[in-house]
Design a protein around this ligand. Structure first.
Ligand code: SAM
Ligand code: SF4
Length: 348
């Protein structure tokens, strides 16, 4: 059984169809219209900054949200003003019902865009079906263009597959294509120019991302951390004619090399100076809402649904959780002291 096309609940709790603004807000005046859902914890790679080689204790299938539960959460939040969805993981392309999920979410009123973050290894064969299902944006994670380095960072293989996926994505007509590069000292900081070359002929955004402290082995403490400001300064030294342009909300540092089709962005995901702009709600693969990437507090929406809560009750849990959001990721992190074992437990 799958959902009918959205029926708006007639209470003042949900927005009326005319209202374009999100009803989900916090104490600091931020509003939230972007929902990032992890749909899988498992992955076919083991990136050294993300997962231990042996993996993490993956939850059994029955603990993860079902297709219907994911759609129900998206429908509920869409009625509260969420308009942008991102499916992430683990590796979302390993989830068998992903295509069906995208088709269903595409039908939900109020959802303007559906994005995917993927390691790209399984992309090339699926890209056209994903687009036909309603996918509007894709972020491909790729940290190096060197095959040996690729194998060492991912503890797997498949650079050729990822590059093929990227090429097919460029040909597919999907409107937003981004390449996520976690930049690290003494690993890939010598590849900035090579990555910028990807923007020459293609309208892609290459995003250089700061390493974050979400891995069991804490490799970010080993001197590999490369601060956003330093990345920007090194980019400006190495690349002529980098012109500032506009980007998305977290892409304040965004440039285009003159004459190139695509863009280059730097994302300060560790230094966290863009928290004032945050518009994101995160839900883990097992249905826990997190109001910040760095928060240790979770609201269990899966159990609420399985225990019979109405959509309105679920909506009020979401509102309460977002109201408790801290001013920034530093405050959020200071409230707890355990370190996550992997980004896959949060949904990157
Ligand atoms: N498997 C998919 C992928 O790799 O794109 C989706 C999930 S992955 C957890 C999402 C993003 O999180 C990837 O771009 C990955 O590079 C990033 N990520 C994971 N661990 C990170 C860390 N410790 N610091 C910075 N980014 C990280
Ligand atoms: Fe897998 Fe993505 Fe984590 Fe790499 S970053 S191990 S591809 S989930």
């Amino acid at each position: 059984m799958r959902m009918e096309k959205t029926t708006h609940t007639q209470t003042s709790f949900f927005r009326d169809e005319q209202s374009a603004n999100s009803l989900i807000s916090d104490r600091f005046g931020r509003t939230f219209n972007y929902l990032r859902l992890s749909v899988n914890e498992y992955c076919n790679l083991r990136c050294i900054y993300c997962m231990p080689e042996e993996g993490v204790p993956f939850r059994s299938q029955d603990k993860l949200l079902t297709t219907d539960e994911i759609c129900r959460l998206i429908e509920t939040t869409s009625q509260m003003g969420v308009s942008k969805i991102r499916f992430t993981g683990g590796e979302p392309l390993l989830r068998k019902d992903l295509l069906e999920l995208i088709q269903l979410v595409h039908e939900i009123d109020g959802i303007d865009s559906i994005h995917l973050t993927t390691n790209g290894t399984l992309l090339s064969k699926q890209i056209n079906s994903l687009k036909d299902a309603g996918l509007t944006g894709i972020n491909i994670s790729l940290d190096t263009l060197n095959p040996e380095k690729f194998n060492s960072i991912t503890r797997g293989e498949g650079l050729d597959l990822v590059l093929d996926g990227l090429e097919k994505a460029n040909q597919s007509g999907i409107s937003s294509i981004k390449v996520n590069v976690v930049v690290m000292r003494d690993f890939n900081n010598d590849e900035l120019l090579d990555f910028i070359q990807l923007t020459k002929e293609n309208d892609v955004t290459v995003r250089f991302i700061e390493l974050m402290p979400f891995d069991a082995h804490q490799i970010w403490k080993t001197g590999k951390f490369y601060r956003a400001e330093q990345i920007i300064s090194d980019l400006k030294k190495q690349v002529d004619e980098l012109v500032p342009v506009n980007g998305s909300r977290t892409e304040h540092h965004i440039f285009r090399k003159n004459g190139y089709k695509g863009k280059v962005a730097v994302i300060p995901s560790y230094t966290r100076n863009l928290c004032g702009e945050c518009n994101r709600i995160r839900i883990t693969a097992d249905g826990k809402l997190m109001n910040c990437l760095y928060s240790q507090n979770e609201t269990n929406l899966r159990d609420a649904m399985r225990n019979g809560s109405s959509n309105e009750e679920i909506g009020s849990f979401i509102l309460d959780a977002m109201m408790k959001k801290h001013k920034d990721g530093w405050d959020a992190q200071n409230q707890g002291n355990d370190n996550r074992e992997s980004m896959t437990q949060i949904g990157g």
